[in-house]
Design a protein around this ligand. Structure first.
Ligand code: NAD
Length: 491
């Protein structure tokens, strides 16, 4: 395993950064009070940008611009074909700037492979829906039996407020803006303060693509200063949030108290259930990847490895070996597999959980910081029981816990025994076991022996229990950004 981390400072020089102001009504503007916040490259711990620090007055301006684009019709009454054309154009521009977007997000987050492919695929998927959103006609006589013309319109819900997390801001941003824009809604995005740059880059491309003023607005800033007023702004019709369960719960209460529509994509503590008949040689690399990729900063990370006892030792040894070979390092180096945690705060949080793990469970491998600069952590594996802190709470770091089980029933009980229900993986050679488990696990996603590279825009994504409310992606994403209206006229 790597012990020192070599950082290439030169490779960072010359990366083209996007504008750092607010995007409001089609123009870049400084924050009303002129303040800025620092954005740090977590690998070098150097300041890479000073970004406009939006507050309530800025949120109000952005929401007013978004309202105008919907109420005045400049965006909402454009034909679906035209909205789709602009979304396709934005995706094409992202593809043109693929290398620059990759550099910006990699710099901002400190993780390798942060390319815009998933965001581009999402924009194209929803661009395809833009001219296919239609209503329906219902045959319904009036109270005297006379014929009526009765139909149901599917209309844009209005102004959508989107709040995104730092672990994949471009992708989660695309999940929110693409269905909203396809449906004819305007958006105000509040990107994460730890990684706002790729969203600002997207804003610059949206201007170049020719979206009308106010269709896409961006208010960077802190959660309490820019996010909170956005949730409660009277001109916002729907709030869509991806982030921690604690903040999501608060936002859900505020938004629904104001009778706004709300979608919440929150945290997870996802199980990987390994039955003894699984093809271990084939799947052990995936079991490890499930919780070390992006340094475990993935909402759907499979952080609890539930293993049937006959193969327990084999899985522990195999996964530990995988973790020990992971190349932790500078995300700009081509052979790096995982980079730095996002911030000192996150590093301390994850280290605190590792200390908890050392006290409550048995450390198999990892657990230490690598290097003195940046927030690099060894991928870490514990064995223990499901009821301990590191078996119940989301760590959001490269930390896995192995828990043994002795029967199918116990496996399912353990799989469901956390407050979360976002994702899961099942490994088995038995089709019956696979489908039984897929039905019995309470999570929004069940992958068996791998499966497609989901989340993918074609299928819904979202959580059960404390992992969220509602679904994003697929046609469910369009439904979540539209409302139905019944119209009936006497003939
Ligand atoms: P976070 O909840 O701290 O912040 C998320 C966003 O909310 C940020 O933009 C932040 O500025 C904003 N925010 C914070 N407080 C706010 C408030 N009071 N009002 C309005 N906005 C506020 O989460 P994070 O640390 O950025 O991201 C990590 C979390 O996100 C993890 O829990 C992870 O599981 C979750 N996540 C979930 C998904 C999913 O699809 N389910 C995807 C990615 C991340």
């Amino acid at each position: 395993m790597t012990t020192a981390v070599e950082i290439d400072f030169d490779i960072r020089v010359g990366i083209a950064l996007p504008p750092t102001d607010l995007l409001v009504g089609g123009e870049w503007q400084p924050a009303a009070v002129g303040e800025r916040f620092e954005v740090i490259d977590p690998v070098t711990e150097r300041v890479i940008a000073h970004v406009a620090r939006g507050r309530e007055a800025d949120v109000q301006r952005a929401v007013a611009a978004a309202r105008a684009a919907v109420d005045g019709g400049a965006w909402s009454r454009l034909s679906g074909v035209e909205r789709g054309r602009l979304l396709f154009r934005l995706a094409d521009l992202m593809e043109r700037d693929f290398a620059q977007l990759t550099q910006v997000e990699t710099l901002d987050i400190g993780q390798p492979l942060k390319n815009p492919s998933a965001a581009i695929a999402t924009l194209r998927y929803f661009a395809g829906w833009a001219d296919k959103i239609d209503g329906r006609h219902v045959v319904l006589p009036d109270s005297n039996g006379r014929p009526t013309h009765t139909y149901v319109r599917r209309e844009p819900i209005g102004v959508v407020a989107a709040i995104t997390p730092w672990n994949s801001p471009l992708m989660t941003g695309a999940w929110k803006i693409a269905p909203a824009l396809a449906a004819g809604c305007s958006v105000v995005i509040k990107p994460p303060e730890d990684a706002p740059l790729s969203t600002l880059y997207l804003g610059a491309l949206a201007l170049e693509a020719g979206f009308p003023p106010g269709a896409i607005n961006i208010v960077p800033g802190l959660g309490t200063e820019a996010g909170a007023p956005l949730v409660t702004a009277p001109g916002v019709d729907k709030v869509t949030f991806t982030g921690s369960t604690a903040v999501g719960r608060q936002i859900g209460a505020q938004a629904s108290g104001l009778l706004k529509a709300v979608t919440l994509e929150l945290g997870g503590k996802s199980p990987q259930v390994v039955f003894a008949d699984a093809d271990l040689e084939r799947h052990i690399p995936m079991m490890a990847r499930q919780f070390y990729l992006n340094s475990g900063q993935v909402c759907a990370a499979g952080t609890r490895l539930l293993v049937e006892r006959p193969v327990l030792d084999q899985v522990i040894e195999g996964v530990a070996r995988q973790l020990e070979q992971v190349r932790v390092g500078d995300p700009f180096k081509p052979d790096t597999q995982i980079g730095s945690l996002i911030s000192r705060r996150q590093f301390e949080r994850v280290s605190g959980y590792i200390d908890r793990g050392r006290a409550e469970a048995t450390l198999v491998t990892g657990g230490n910081r690598l290097g003195d600069t940046g927030f690099f952590l060894q991928p870490t594996l514990f064995t223990g029981t499901n009821d301990i802190t590191i078996g119940q709470e989301e760590i959001f770091g490269p930390v896995g816990l192995v828990v043994p089980f002795d029967s199918y029933e116990e496996a399912i009980r353990l799989a469901n025994d956390t407050p979360y229900g976002l994702a899961s993986v099942v490994y088995t050679a038995n089709l019956g076991t696979a489908h039984r488990a897929a039905a019995d696990i309470r999570a929004g996603l069940v992958r068996v022996n791998g499966g497609a590279g989901v989340p993918a825009p074609q299928v819904p994504f979202g959580g059960m229990k404390s992992s969220g409310l509602g679904r994003e992606l697929s046609y469910a994403g369009i439904e979540a950004c539209t409302v139905e209206k019944t119209v009936s006229l006497e003939l």
